[in-house]
Design a protein around this ligand. Structure first.
Ligand code: ASP
Length: 335
């Protein structure tokens, strides 16, 4: 019998209407599992032993880097137990891509870590939580998931953790790979993978200082001046992610501010504000060609939200030029 640990962090999958108004994370891992066992889907997981553990009961829009590091460390601790076959993490969908990124960057175990959540809370008449949780448990317990690392299982689909974006606010399958497709699907309660495991360059698990990193994000738009970049630098940002238009074109005013930031020792990553495709050095006159010449690092097809976690992790174990080189190397190796 497979043994899975269900680690709950909160999110919509655990949220209920609250007397003060609005919905708030409230159910524990044991409550999530008990609800699934009452559900028509319960038979599907009757042969899997599921243990529960709580780390927080919080909506993910309130998470900080310290919360992400705590989730990483809880998963690592669970995986120190050889009798555990896999971990399921329930998490709010709003920032799940950041936590997925951190765990995917550091995961160094053959056993799967499968994240899931819900778009409709358990007190909704048609919640997707039990189905998603059931699917995630099935994926974590299936030997075919070994070596696939950190995964997201949602709306019947299985996705790689990196790159990944929440691309819809309310759809029951809100996630999409910015450039590629879905990694797999559940068919008749069995995971099917369309691609083999992808190996990512592994980084060390976060240390205490990861939680203190300030990495800000700035979006390019018509009329954007460099004020937000200068303000981020003045506020102590050690890293910046600039989301340029199209293939990463920030515009001349932001390029000037990027040059000032990199000269001040801030590590600047260049991503795209679009939903897919890679940063490419095509345009000068304020385009990505100039941003890279100003010292920014092209982030490939990594979403800015996930690149921000990568940069913070690198900054927490190094600084300045050295971090810039490591960032460049990571992006090149992950291609
Ligand atoms: N909408 C979110 C969710 O799916 C709220 C959150 O991120 O906690 O859980």
């Amino acid at each position: 019998m497979s043994r899975i640990v269900l680690l709950a962090t909160g999110g919509t999958i655990s949220s209920r209407e609250n007397a003060a108004g609005g919905s708030r994370a409230s159910d524990s891992a044991a409550q999530l599992l008990a609800a699934l066992k009452q559900h028509a889907l319960a038979d599907l997981i009757s042969e899997i032993q599921v243990e529960t553990q709580d780390i927080s009961v919080e909506n993910s829009f309130n998470f900080s880097f310290s919360d992400l590091a705590r989730i990483d460390s809880a998963v690592r601790e669970i995986l120190q137990r050889p009798e555990v076959d896999g971990v399921v993490v329930t998490h709010g969908t709003d920032t799940i891509e950041e936590t997925l990124a951190l765990l995917a960057l550091t995961h160094d175990d053959d056993r799967p870590v499968v994240f899931t959540g819900a778009q409709r809370s358990p007190d909704h008449s048609d919640s997707d939580g039990p189905r998603n949780l059931c699917d995630a448990i099935l994926v974590a317990a299936d030997p075919a998931s070994r070596f696939h690392g950190v995964l997201l299982c949602f709306g019947g689909e299985i996705h790689t953790a990196l790159p990944l974006r929440k691309a819809h606010a309310s759809s029951l399958q809100p996630f999409s790979h910015p450039s590629g497709g879905t990694l797999g699907r559940l068919t008749e309660a069995q995971p099917q993978y369309y691609f083999g495991p992808r190996s990512l360059p592994r980084l060390p698990h976060p240390t205490q200082s990861f939680g203190d990193q300030r990495v800000d994000m700035v979006l390019s738009y018509p009329g954007a001046d460099g004020a937000l970049i200068r303000s981020a630098v003045a506020s102590g940002a050690a890293g910046l992610i600039v989301l340029g238009g199209g293939a990463g074109n920030p515009g001349s005013a932001l390029v000037q501010a990027i040059a000032e930031a990199t000269q001040a020792g801030v590590v600047v990553g260049l991503a795209s504000r679009t939903f897919g495709g890679s940063v490419a050095a095509i345009y000068s006159g304020g385009g990505a060609v100039d941003a890279l010449a100003a010292g920014a690092v092209a982030l490939g097809d990594l979403p800015g939200t996930q690149a921000r976690v990568l940069l913070a992790l690198l900054l927490s174990t190094g600084a300045g030029e050295e971090t810039k080189d490591r960032l460049e190397r990571w992006v090149q190796t992950a291609r």
